[in-house]
Design a protein around this ligand. Structure first.
Ligand code: SAM
Length: 367
C-alpha cells in the first residue's frame, strides 16, 4: 500500500540485561548521555513515563509492554552500537521490542501458581538460539522469577538451579552465541547465579526427547529461521502484496521446516509450554504452522492435546493473529496469537508470537 516502501523511523529499543545491571542505573546514565547529545525527540505514543518535566530534552522511557526494555529516540542509534560501553559490558542488549515478546510469553505466567516454586527450578530449551538475544532475555526473566520467590520466602540466592539448553546448528553462529553468553550470563559462581545457559552446537531436530539430560525440560522457545519478511528497514524487505514463484517456494520450504521443528518440540514428554515465534509476516510461516501442528499432533497423540493460549503479559497488546485463511483458525484461537506490524504503526518490526500449552496442564498457567 501507500508509503510502504519508505524507511520507517522507529524508536531505538534497548533491553537492560538485569543479570548484569539494573534498570534505574542504566536509565540515569542514559538520561545524562541524551541530555548532552541533545538530539532527537521521542515519539509521543511511547511516553509512558511522562512524569518527567524536562520536555525539552530527549529522554529515556521504560516500555509499556516489556518491563526491562528502554525506549530512546531513533537518533540514539548513532552512539548506541555494538561497540559502546553499555553493550560491551553486557549491561544492555540492542534488541527490537517485538523480539522481546517471545521470552516474555514463555517465562511470564509460570511460577505464579500453586506449583510456582517447582516451576522456577525446571529446565528450558532454546531450539534456535544464535545470536542469543532471546536466550539471555529468558535467562534474565527466569532469574528474576526465582529472585521474587527467594524474596518472599526470605531465602538467599543459590538454592535453585535452572538450565537453559541453547541449540544452534550453524558453526559460525554458534561461536557468536558462545561469546555473547559469556558476556551476558554470569557463571554460577558469580553472584550465586541460579540460571545457567548451556550452548549446544547441534541440530535441534536431532535432540532426543527421551535423553535423561532433558528430563527436567518443561518449556521450549522455538524461534526458527524464517523469511524475515517482518524486518522493516532491511534492504530485502518483503512486500505482503504478492510474491513470485521463487519466493513462494522458499516460504514453503521454510514453513515445512518450521512445522517439523514445532512438532519435535511438542514431542518432549515433560514439556507443556512452547513459544513459537517468527519475524515473518506470512500466514504460511505463522498461523499456518501453528494450526497444522495442533491438528497433526492431536491426531497422533491421544490425551495430550495442545492448545494456543493468550500470553498474560501481553494482555494489552492489541494486534492479534489472523483467523480463517490458510491457518483456518477460529476467532478465539487467533485472538490468543500476537502479531506486530511495523508498517501499520506498531513502532517495532513485524513479528508473530504463539504460546502453546498442553490442555491437561493449561489451568496451571492461567493467572
Ligand atoms: N532466537 C535468536 C535470537 O533472538 O537471538 C534468533 C534465532 S534465528 C531467527 C534462527 C537461528 O536458528 C539461526 O541462527 C539458525 O542458524 C538456527 N537454526 C536453524 N535451524 C536449526 C536447527 N535445526 N537446529 C538448531 N538451530 C537451527
Amino acid at each position: 500500500g501507500e508509503g510502504r516502501d519508505k524507511d520507517v523511523n522507529f524508536p531505538r529499543y534497548i533491553r537492560v540485561n538485569t543479570l548484569r545491571a539494573n534498570v534505574s542505573d542504566v536509565v540515569d546514565k542514559l538520561r545524562g548521555e541524551l541530555r548532552s547529545a541533545k538530539d532527537g525527540t521521542i515519539s509521543r505514543t511511547q511516553r509512558v513515563d511522562d512524569t518527567n518535566e524536562e520536555t525539552d530534552v530527549p529522554l529515556v522511557y521504560v516500555d509499556a509492554h516489556v518491563p526491562d526494555l528502554l525506549v530512546l529516540p531513533p537518533t540514539a542509534s548513532s552512539w548506541l552500537h555494538h561497540d559502546c560501553e553499555y553493550v560491551k559490558t553486557g549491561s544492555v542488549v540492542l534488541q527490537d521490542k517485538s523480539s522481546c515478546f517471545s521470552a516474555l510469553a514463555l517465562a511470564r505466567g509460570i511460577g505464579e501458581g500453586a506449583k510456582g516454586d517447582a516451576a522456577t527450578s525446571f529446565d528450558y530449551i532454546d531450539a534456535c538460539s544464535a545470536p542469543g538475544n532471546k536466550t539471555s532475555h529468558l535467562a534474565a526473566l527466569v532469574q528474576s522469577a526465582i529472585d521474587d520467590i527467594n524474596r518472599s520466602s526470605k531465602r538467599t540466592r543459590g538454592r535453585t538451579r535452572s538450565t537453559i539448553f541453547a541449540f544452534e546448528r550453524s558453526s559460525s553462529r554458534f561461536n557468536i552465541l558462545q561469546e555473547r553468553m559469556k558476556q551476558l550470563i554470569p557463571s554460577p559462581s558469580e553472584d550465586c547465579a541460579e540460571v545457567a545457559v548451556v550452548p549446544i552446537h547441534d541440530d535441534f531436530l536431532k535432540a532426543d526427547p527421551s535423553d535423561p539430560k532433558f528430563a527436567n525440560v518443561r518449556a521450549i522457545m522455538l524461534d526458527p529461521s524464517c523469511s524475515g519478511s517482518g524486518i522493516v528497514n532491511s534492504p530485502d524487505r518483503w512486500m505482503e502484496d504478492g510474491y513470485d514463484n521463487k519466493d513462494a517456494k522458499r516460504i514453503q520450504s521454510l514453513s515445512n521446516f518450521q512445522l517439523v521443528a514445532l512438532k519435535h518440540a511438542m514431542s518432549f514428554p515433560n514439556v507443556d509450554r512452547i513459544v513459537y515465534s517468527t519475524c515473518s509476516m506470512h500466514d504460511e510461516e505463522n498461523e499456518g504452522v501453528v494450526s497444522k501442528a495442533l491438528s497433526e499432533v492431536e491426531k497422533s497423540d491421544n490425551g495430550n492435546d495442545w492448545e494456543v493460549m493468550a500470553p498474560v503479559c501481553l494482555d494489552h497488546w492489541p494486534r492479534r493473529g489472523r483467523e480463517g485463511g490458510i491457518g483456518g483458525l477460529t476467532k478465539s484461537q487467533a485472538d490468543c496469537l500476537i502479531r506486530c506490524d511495523g508498517l501499520d504503526g506498531d513502532e517495532t518490526n513485524g513479528f508473530f508470537v504463539s504460546l502453546l500449552v498442553r490442555k491437561n496442564t493449561a489451568s496451571e498457567c492461567i493467572n
